[in-house]
Design a protein around this ligand. Sequence first.
Ligand SMILES: Cc1cc2nc3c(=O)[nH]c(=O)nc-3n(C[C@H](O)[C@H](O)[C@H](O)COP(=O)(O)OP(=O)(O)OC[C@H]3O[C@@H](n4cnc5c(N)ncnc54)[C@H](O)[C@@H]3O)c2cc1C
Length: 192
Amino acid sequence: MEKYNKTKVVVFNTFQMYRINMLEKLKEANENGKANGYQIGAKLVRGAYMEKERKRAKDKSYEDPILTDKKSTGLQFNEGLKYCVENINNLELCMGSHNEASNYLLIELIKNNKIAKNDQRIYFSQLYGMSDHISFNLANAGYNVVKYVPYGPIETVMPYLFRRAKENTSIAGQSSRELELVKKELNRRNNI
Ligand SMILES: Cc1cc2nc3c(=O)[nH]c(=O)nc-3n(C[C@H](O)[C@H](O)[C@H](O)COP(=O)(O)OP(=O)(O)OC[C@H]3O[C@@H](n4cnc5c(N)ncnc54)[C@H](O)[C@@H]3O)c2cc1C
């Protein structure tokens, strides 16, 4: 970022907000950017490697770097969003999340800070084929949305997709949030 983000943001770093102290690290990165004449590109995610990280910490006998529960991760993630939007004159934000509440929160923050919906410094992002109801509605409402397309050798892409699918099912119980919404809409149409 220091090398390439002098005049515009080209490079984004990922901030995994499930990590202890990541909000502080985000603020430090921004302060470092300001002090050294470059802008940070902040891609904010909750973090996808919790089990691996916890296991590694245990195996190698160092302190678990991940927050203790999902609620703490959500709080730090949302604080990170707030910080980025309030400091948008110094950085650019790309939020990677399928969590409806966080997507709503970013909409609120944009509105409350009187930022245009299509301001090029703020992007929402979801994975291709997942949470399309979020992406399409956001895009339709005029926000910037990126769809990430995971690709690569089958042995690396399949575990990646399984991890994402598991996250999507964990919220609603047996079926994914998205399927729940499709079912609800089909029922609504059947009852018209
Ligand atoms: C566009 C895009 C890009 C992404 N890029 C990356 C990337 O570069 N690196 C990366 O690591 N991930 C990446 N992810 C995945 C991301 O980190 C999340 O795993 C995933 O999006 C699920 O989180 P969510 O915000 O959608 O919300 P939810 O589904 O509401 O949250 C699930 C997340 O909460 C956290 N969590 C759950 N249980 C606990 C617990 N017991 N303790 C602490 N935290 C907990 C975990 O981070 C878990 O993934 C990306 C996701 C998207 C949509």
